[in-house]
Design a protein around this ligand. Structure first.
Ligand code: GLN
Length: 258
């Protein structure tokens, strides 16, 4: 093999490497896509998350809030509807990245998920059919009655704790959704429903029901993130902090509460 042959081979190798690099960079290299934040929510909790009956879209305060947070931290939002009691398991299984579902920050839940800083405060309320005879003033007035709650909620915990403590004869029916519980109340299958007060107020505007009593529980809502994802949690908290002091936040609230 003489020198010119070696030069030609070396040249061919250099050209081949250059061509494959060009092909890789311009044709094969995956184009970076916008990161997606999969948000789990149980859309039966107006004004926080519910289905807009004309557009069939999931809307509400929580939805607008996470969209705003996602925009600030460079994500696109994908809303994943899941029954309330399935949200934490879905987060732990990695099917969603965040829960935005009017979820109360509790010690029990904080053992298995990380919560953002609080963004809302709420108490519980008892709702009944509007204009009916039955007007409970507190949990003690529910003795002998059938009461609806949503599975896995703080309302369910409140009433079962009360029954366990007092041995009260109260029948509790748990539903996969607060909308179904409200429908059973209207159908006469329930005497009352226990639900977060801001939601009771929204249900009162939409259905033939009314708030009969408030029960002070001083709950605070937080967004939930899989345990140990400090990077996402810090980013969410930083964005949330900015939003809670902004005009945009007031606009979102007034858009859904009138
Ligand atoms: N705030 C209540 C809870 O965390 C209810 C939430 C809901 O039903 N979406 O249990």
């Amino acid at each position: 093999m003489n020198l010119s042959k070696i030069t030609i081979i070396a040249l061919l190798i250099v050209v081949a490497i250059a061509v494959s690099m060009i092909v890789y960079y311009f044709y094969l290299k995956p184009t970076p896509v916008k990161k997606v934040l999969r948000v789990g929510t149980s859309p039966d909790f107006p004004p926080f998350e519910f289905i807009n009956e004309t557009t069939n879209e999931i809307v509400g305060i929580d939805i607008d809030l996470v969209k705003l947070i996602a925009k600030k931290i460079g994500y696109e939002v994908e809303i994943v509807p899941i029954d309330f009691d399935g949200l934490i398991p879905a987060l732990q299984a990695g099917q969603i990245d965040l829960i935005a579902s009017g979820m109360t920050i509790t010690e029990e839940r904080a053992k298995v998920v990380d919560f953002s800083i609080p963004y809302w405060e709420a108490n519980q309320a008892i709702i009944v059919v509007r204009g009916g005879q039955f007007k409970p003033r507190g949990l003690e007035d529910l003795v002998g009655k059938t009461v609806g709650v949503q599975t896995g909620t703080t309302a369910e915990i409140l009433i079962t704790d009360y029954i366990n403590k007092t041995n009260a004869n109260i029948q509790v029916k748990s539903y996969s959704s607060y909308i179904l519980a409200t429908q059973d109340l209207l159908n006469g299958r329930l005497d009352a429903v226990i639900v977060d007060e801001p939601v009771a107020q929204a249900l009162q505007r939409k259905y033939n029901v009314e708030i009969s009593a408030s029960i002070e529980t001083g709950e605070k809502y937080g967004l939930a993130i899989k345990k140990g994802n400090a990077e996402l949690l810090n980013a969410v908290n930083k964005a949330l902090n900015e939003i809670l002091n902004s005009q945009e936040w007031y606009d979102i609230i007034s858009k859904y509460t009138g």
